[in-house]
Ligand binder design. Sequence first.
Ligand code: ATP
Length: 237
Amino acid sequence: MLEVKDLVAGYEQRVLIRNLFFSLRAPAFVAIVGHNGGGKTTFFKALTGQLPYQGHIHIQGMQVKDLPRRVMGSLLSYLPQKNSVSFPIPVRDLAVMGLIRKKRFLENYDANDYHQVDELLSELEIAHLAHQDFTQLSGGEQQLVWLAQLILQDTPICLLDEPTQQLDVYHKKHVFHLMTSWVTQQQKTVLCITHDLPNLIGHTGYLLNLSKPHPQLEILNSETLQENISFLEKKPI
Ligand SMILES: Nc1ncnc2c1ncn2[C@@H]1O[C@H](COP(=O)(O)OP(=O)(O)OP(=O)(O)O)[C@@H](O)[C@H]1O
């Protein structure tokens, strides 16, 4: 369902992704790991059609390059590493925008939409923030609100770029459990860039280490996790 063949991507003089091949059957969880500057976000930019690439990326048999924006938005949601809002807005009103794809032009959000938001904020344990100004929240609280917005998009594939970066130990654990539960309970395919390898212990899925000379999907288990941690403890080549 997600097929990457002979993918080459990067910027001008610098190729960061070289001849990447993998084939992923949905639903699945993939932790994308690697050293800083190794090309993880670059890979997501190629996957979302924001960066030109050579080779093939097929989602449900369709080449990403050829997908109209609207179709792309229905297949794939993307939570970037950095996201910001420069105006005051209540948390509920920002989160509900995740439902925009389901609305007609100029159609307002209704009570059902806000009910969905409230349920989700409760699941993420941030219901108490619902009416607060988003711009006044802590970095970790903001990250959980962005996550709520992404979940509401309800796409078959979710790409998350370091979604636990600013979270405390408790919330990191909670979010990793949530991500793997979307796979098992909602049949989603979740690709998550992360440096939190110890939090992957006990989860089912794959690892893709983009710092390796020939990255490939590795089954996530205690051995592969330890081998990848040891690999990443070494200086990048
Ligand atoms: N638009 C751009 N033009 C040129 N170089 C870029 C551009 N965007 C990123 N880079 C460079 O490409 C390299 C890879 O960046 P990328 O963001 O993909 O790394 P990453 O693996 O996600 O890193 P991190 O773990 O630090 O988030 C970096 O050295 C970065 O400076």
